[in-house]
Design a binder for this molecule. Structure first.
Ligand SMILES: [Zn+2]
Length: 325
């Protein structure tokens, strides 16, 4: 499986959309290090294909260790969460603040490793990811669809949007979804001047976005997951920025499937069947671990309309629904 090439991610600020050039491979940079613990895990049990069961009745928050033991294939998740290696001196273990009801909760480093080596995954897994919110217009409709289907998603939020929709953020968590970070400004020119990552800027936007979320959800909120606006694949000289994320206990994660809702107009689906077809292509391709890119920002009504069918298709194909802690 390879990370899917994509040219743009919907900008929530007015920026020029830049065409992608081939980026470094996902294994480049220090972010590959944390996943090595998972990559070196014992080989998977051949029969371990049962997806994580939904546990809608859970009443206590899930810790990374607990989520590992809930995996159908314990030997697959035996390695320590890669955010706590002895060589990481200053970063405390991430506090998992996923609300009760979440099922199949994994760190970004785990999932990152599974994309590179799907045989290590505990089964067929779909990670629904929504970028660029929270939005008062679209996110509630996404949440309604997730709730109706009794599945959960990961919301990669933009820090500057948080003060505009704090109650939406609270609802995301209260209904069992995960919150991850997607920069403060989503401004390509600031994050990647000359198409090269500005590590100091990335670090500072991580910190400010984390602070914005903690303003709403409380000081215990933490996450291991960061998604670069536009995708890690789209930019150059990422190593220092990746290292800054790692120093904060986080790992970048791109996607390997998409709804197409932020594609250039000529490739963007314009009907529900077309969007469902694009989003469910990994089922046809037999992908084991699918990270589906979608957006819950303004104007993504077709995404909302397509979501129930996308979810149903993955359910019917036997996928479990994971979230990123
Ligand atoms: Zn984005």
């Amino acid at each position: 499986m390879t990370w899917m090439k994509m040219s743009v991610c919907t900008a929530v600020v007015a920026v020029t959309l830049v065409a992608c050039s081939p980026g470094p491979p996902p294994s480049a940079g220090p972010s590959a290090d944390p996943s090595s613990a998972v990559a070196q895990a014992p080989p998977p049990a051949p029969a371990a294909t049962t997806p994580p069961a939904a546990k809608p009745t859970r009443t206590t928050p899930v810790t990374p260790e607990q989520s590992a033991t809930q995996s159908p294939s314990p030997e697959m998740t035996t390695p320590e969460p890669p955010t706590t290696p002895p060589t990481t001196p200053t970063t405390p273990p991430a506090v998992d603040t996923v609300a009760p009801g979440a099922s199949g909760v994994y760190t970004a480093a785990q999932v990152h490793a599974w994309v590179k080596d799907p045989t290590a995954a505990p089964g067929k897994l779909l990670f629904l990811t929504f970028d660029d919110g929270p939005s008062n217009l679209i996110t509630p409709k996404v949440l309604d669809a997730l709730k109706a289907a009794q599945v959960h998603a990961t919301f990669f939020i933009v820090g500057q949007e948080v003060p505009k929709a704090p109650e939406i953020l609270k609802r995301e968590v209260a209904e069992g979804n995960s919150i991850a970070l997607h920069s403060l400004t989503h401004d390509y020119k600031k994050l990647y001047p000359g198409r090269s990552a500005n590590a100091e800027r990335v670090a500072s936007e991580f910190d400010k976005t984390l602070a914005a979320v903690r303003e709403v959800l409380g000081p215990d909120f933490s996450t291991t997951a960061w998604r670069y606006p536009g995708g890690h694949m789209s930019w150059k000289h990422m190593a220092a920025a990746d290292a800054a994320l790692e120093a904060r206990g986080a790992t970048w994660i791109d996607w390997n499937a998409m709804t197409g809702d932020a594609e250039p107009k000529k490739r963007r689906p314009t009907t529900v069947p077309a969007m469902v077809a694009m989003a469910t292509q990994p089922i046809t391709d037999g992908e084991q671990v699918v990270i589906l890119l979608a957006h819950d920002s303004r104007g993504k009504d077709l995404t909302v309309a397509s979501l129930p069918q996308i979810i149903d298709a993955y359910k019917a194909a036997g996928y479990g629904f994971g979230t990123l802690s």
